[in-house]
Write a protein that binds this ligand. Structure first.
Ligand code: XMP
Length: 326
């Protein structure tokens, strides 16, 4: 609409005035905020922007390729893809405590990003997809001693060791405004309206020690779940179940149970499905998904993902459970 058009024109002018002819780097995570920030800044300054996309190996199925296709090919952005899977897996080997895992992933992420950014010696600016709720939250965290249940690692926040000037064009926007802006800038609505995905990614959806094999199994199970949610319409609302849930994903349980396949016995891993409805993610209800949908997802996962022979559905509310299992 025209209001958004005006907003974009104004924001573009502001970025140009701020940055001038200098170079900008931005850490692209594939999430909504950094994606919209990238699209907006690219609209303003084109090739003066370089994005660094750190792939920690804990992304969803084909996510890295999707990010590269969309920003590299469609938008024609300068983008550096760092596949740091082995490095992250190496650091995570033998670590099973959830908070320790979060800290390792957060620290490693910063290190990889900074090493890569350090090579871009012309850069004077660090762009971040900080949005208004982040600004309030960090102000609150400084003034209050927050009681942390989980130390949220968000790939947006980076310590200032690169001594770059900060460019944060989304600082005044709420999430719904960021989404509208993203669509107006030409990002696909399916990506702009995606469920939230935690910074540590599948690292907190593989219980205990993270292994690449586990991540590969989980990615495939999760993709089947999401595909079926998107393809199943609820007749009462005429919406699909992806849009009717606030967050939905598969969790890898590193325990084996016995199954039967053909004439043989199997002894394989378990996947839990989690789907919740919530306004604010502080409290949440488990989603009452149709049994036929759950049955279809379970059948498909067990038939298509060798290595998983049992699927369970999580019916815990928050509180007392949290949305993620770690
Ligand atoms: P919980 O599991 O605490 O999650 O009920 C609430 C919301 O926060 C997300 N979450 C995270 N997001 N880094 C993030 O960026 C994290 O470490 C993290 N842990 C949980 C979770 O996906 C849910 O939307």
């Amino acid at each position: 609409d025209w209001i958004m058009g005006d907003y974009i024109a104004e924001a573009v002018e502001k970025i140009r005035a701020q940055v001038g002819k200098e170079e900008v780097i931005l850490g692209l995570s594939g999430g909504v905020d950094s994606s919209v920030a990238a699209a907006l800044i690219h609209r303003a300054i084109g090739d003066q922007l370089t994005c660094v996309f750190v792939d920690h190996g804990l992304l969803r199925l084909n996510e890295g390729q999707m990010v590269m296709d969309m920003f590299g090919r469609n938008f024609g952005m300068k983008i550096i893809h760092v596949d740091a899977t082995d490095q992250f897996m190496g650091k995570l080997a033998g670590v099973s405590d959830p908070e320790a895992k979060r800290k390792i992933i957060g620290k490693e992420f910063v290190e990889v990003f900074q090493a890569e950014s350090g090579k871009l010696t012309a850069a004077k600016w660090l762009a971040q997809g900080t949005i208004y709720p982040d600004v309030i939250e960090s102000a609150g965290a400084k003034s209050k001693k927050a009681t942390t249940i989980k130390s949220h690692h968000n790939v947006g926040g980076l310590p200032d060791t690169l001594h770059l000037k900060l460019l944060e064009p989304l600082r005044e926007l709420f999430k719904d405004e960021v989404r509208k802006l993203g669509v107006a800038l030409g990002l696909p609505p399916e990506m702009v309206y995606r469920h939230p995905f935690p910074g540590p990614g599948l690292g907190v959806r593989i219980l205990g020690e993270v292994k690449k094999d586990y991540a590969d199994l989980l990615r495939r199970a999760d993709a089947i779940f999401i595909e079926e949610l998107r393809n199943t319409i609820d007749p009462a609302t005429n919406k699909n179940w992806y849009d009717l849930t606030s967050q939905a994903f598969a969790v890898f349980l590193p325990v084996k149970s016995v199954g039967v396949m053909g004439d043989g016995r199997t002894y394989e891993y378990v996947v839990a499905l989690r789907a919740v409805q919530t306004q604010d993610f502080m409290t949440a209800h488990w989603a009452h998904l149709p049994h036929e949908l759950l049955g279809k997802v379970s059948n498909r996962i067990i038939n298509e993902v060798r290595g998983i022979n049992r699927v369970v559905y999580d019916i815990s509310g928050k509180p007392p459970a949290t949305i993620e299992w770690e």
